[in-house]
Design a protein around this ligand. Sequence first.
Ligand code: 13P
Length: 248
Amino acid sequence: MARKLAAGNWKMNGNKAAISEATKLAEMFPVPKVDVLLCPPLTILAPMADALSDAKIAVGAQDCHAKPSGAHTGDVSAPMLVDAGAQYVILGHSERRTDHGETDQSVAEKTQAAFTAGLSPIVCIGETLEEREQGEALNVVGRQLAGSLPDASDLDKLVIAYEPVWAIGTGKIPTLEQIAEVHDFMRTTLLERFGDGAAAIPLLYGGSVKPGNAAEIFATSNVDGALVGGASLKADDFGGIISALEAA
Ligand code: 13P
């Protein structure tokens, strides 16, 4: 059985004042029954990690470079994220694939860097609306899954997030049957490639998860949690999603 994880991706939102939402969440969930993670923008990662040092809520980043150090202006490495207090890093989010031209190959290199540094990578995959309408969703997910993971993956650390691009920030979600189809396919594919250890890889769903739809999503086959964007910015909203996962 995979552990359950409620992960918040703040994207390019939040400043120092917003750390109070994280500490409020920690007060609401002093001992959460599931793993809880916040991935704030890099500028507040270290102060958020400090503010949550006594809390049972982990902090993560939204990207890292594939190299541990060097002449890469503006980039940050996986060991630097560990030094700042991160335990996780989101990799290959569709916004980075689109905005920064990230490929399966570059995501696989970053994922390897995360493992080497001792971070848990949350590797994101998912089809566009056009690909879904062409009946290509499983092919795209299969191709991204194959290409974005290194062979030497640390199965105890790896997390996968299925985020259909058309469901992100749109209020639209796939049917529960569609989510189950993709998540079952991901589990089967991972078991075939990595063996029995892949049964414990948390498979998150992401895209317009809200307190109101979380319970039915978490009741869906092979959904072990969520990667939440907009609804993770406020402790009350994210708290509703965490509660739904605790009850699932
Ligand atoms: P929303 O929850 O805002 O749709 O964003 C999902 C997402 O991209 C999380 O990484």
